[in-house]
Ligand binder design. Sequence first.
Ligand SMILES: [Cu+2]
Length: 201
Amino acid sequence: MRDRFVRRKARSAGRALWLPILGGLAVALSLTSCDYVRLLRPSVLKQLRPPMVRLVDFLPELDEQNKAIVGRLFATGGLAEATTGADAVMRAAIRIRKDQLIYEPSIVVMPNGGELELTITNEDEAVHVIYLPSNGQRQVLVLLQQKAGTARLRLDAPGLYTLACPVGNHAGRGELGVIIVRGDTPASARLDRPPQLRPGR
Ligand SMILES: [Cu+2]
């Protein structure tokens, strides 16, 4: 009787030992089939310097304060790529969900420089005013409650541009966005100076 009990305990202990191993294998297999496994590359891991680790640790802490601040931007806003229409105009849409104070997506990627038609829908109970970049100038979209608006932006140079709402402390609480324009800078617009003549040569 006691032997049977001991054998049963040994079997369940064996199972207890194998379960985490099998679980680990399942997680490893699922990771290899998704993009996250790329985060384990040495080039990414070597970026885990103390300041970067502090940043990654700090952002969720910010989020704990009131669930509606800038710490949420990277984690929950998301990213969308603009689609290019037959007219060569790129298009993307952003939502401002009720009581969220965050753009969804927070990051819009343009595949190249050009014209972006950006539609922003305000599903919130507050008025939002969006400052948008357009080739060194600013466009402003005033969005009343439950209303949408569309802006045509011209962003010819590759780079990173920001949009934000100046109402109250909305931007500080997470209502910030980024437009990334991909592509190479044309030679005519590069800041590299050609070789300069020097005196005495
Ligand atoms: Cu706002």
